[in-house]
Design a protein around this ligand. Structure first.
Ligand code: NDP
Length: 325
């Protein structure tokens, strides 16, 4: 029997948390032979709702679920955690400016970075889902000097999966036939979904679709997919966000398939002209529990412009929270 892995989920009684906890507990993230200790964090007013989630988790009788800790204390939730899924974040309230939202979340993520620093496993892998995810991940990282800075990542995998699904529909293929899509930059409307290196059944994606569809339909549809789901469902996407979080951690820990890559927002290191100092969506391959940014891709002017625009937005977000990093 393998040693249990401690997985912390913040905002565990929220929409995404509710969809995520059950799949993590069932083995969908780390495999059917990996016991999981779930550490669920919520704010105090949501503890009752969290108890309901715990009851349901117990009622599933998952063979892989070893133990549940439910708490409103970050230092309890993050104690010895190996994976931290930071989902809980402050939603935009009525009349709230973008800057207020940034600051409210910056406070949450600086406190969580400090708590991770104090008690988490020194090699904890952190995935930030709560928005603004890239900047929240940067804040948590900067507040956790004792942890591996490479291990602070943010989620662009939902955008990546959305790109696969749009392209599959357009080309009459299945998402499994599509390789090497990329989401560059910020998990926001400035993200750049890049198909220049993408293959559909081994053929160049951009030879199968016209440039007008790519520039004027595909890119905005992927960028605005979250808003389209809110319009249709009356609520933001939750199950697909949870599923992408599972994909992100599974591939990071267990590896990406040969001949493909995935998109992860990771600390920039100068690759592709993005200087150190932001958490930026890149194509990565994963092996032995680590990730590497894919190197050597040709970047044309169309891509360069969009990659720089999303970087500029990240710098602006960073400037808005400079007191906390
Ligand atoms: P959701 O579970 O729907 O969303 C949680 C966060 O994920 C939001 O910041 C949301 O951003 C973000 N997100 C990222 N990508 C996506 C995506 N593709 N689709 C939708 N959301 C995305 O929010 P709820 O309000 O249902 O739940 C949040 C929970 O977090 C609450 O239970 C609250 O009590 C808790 N919370 C916990 C904290 C803690 O543990 N310390 C701190 C603050 C809150 P966006 O807002 O832009 O949709």
């Amino acid at each position: 029997m393998k040693k249990p892995v401690n997985v912390a989920i913040t905002g565990a009684a929220g929409q995404i948390g509710y969809a995520l906890a059950f799949r993590v507990a069932s083995g969908a993230m780390l495999g059917p032979d990996q016991p999981i200790n779930l550490h669920l964090l919520e704010i105090t007013p949501a503890l009752n709702a969290l108890q309901g989630v715990v009851m349901e988790l117990n009622d599933c009788a998952f063979p892989t679920l070893n133990k549940i800790v439910a708490t409103d204390d970050a230092k309890v939730a993050f104690k010895d955690c190996d994976v931290a899924l930071l989902v809980g974040a402050r939603p935009r309230g009525p009349g709230m400016e973008r800057k207020d939202l940034l600051l409210a979340n910056a406070q949450i993520f600086s406190a969580q970075g400090k708590a991770l620093d104090a008690v988490a496993n020194r090699n904890v892998r952190v995935l930030v889902v709560g928005n603004p995810a890239n900047t929240n991940a940067l804040i948590a990282q900067r507040n956790a000097p004792g942890l591996n800075p490479r291990n602070f990542t943010a989620m662009v995998r939902l955008d990546h999966n959305r790109a696969l699904s749009q392209l599959a529909e357009k080309t009459g293929s299945h998402s499994t036939q599509i390789k090497k899509a990329i989401i560059w930059g910020n998990h926001s409307a400035t993200q750049y979904p890049d198909l220049h290196h993408t293959l559909v059944d081994g053929k160049q994606a951009l030879s199968l679709v016209d440039q007008k569809w790519y520039a004027e339909t595909f890119i905005p549809v992927v960028q605005q997919r979250g808003a389209a789901i809110i319009k249709a469902r009356g609520q933001s996407s939750a199950a697909s966000a949870a599923s992408a979080a599972i994909d992100h951690i599974r591939d990071w820990v267990l590896g990406t398939p040969e001949g493909d890559w995935v998109s992860m927002a990771v600390p920039s290191d100068g690759s592709y002209g993005i200087p150190e100092g932001v958490i930026y969506g890149y194509p990565v391959t994963c092996k032995d529990g680590d990730y590497q940014i894919v190197q050597g891709l040709q970047i044309n002017d169309f891509s360069r412009q969009r990659m720089d625009a999303t970087h500029k937005e990240l710098l602006e977000e960073k400037d808005g929270v400079k007191e906390l990093i």
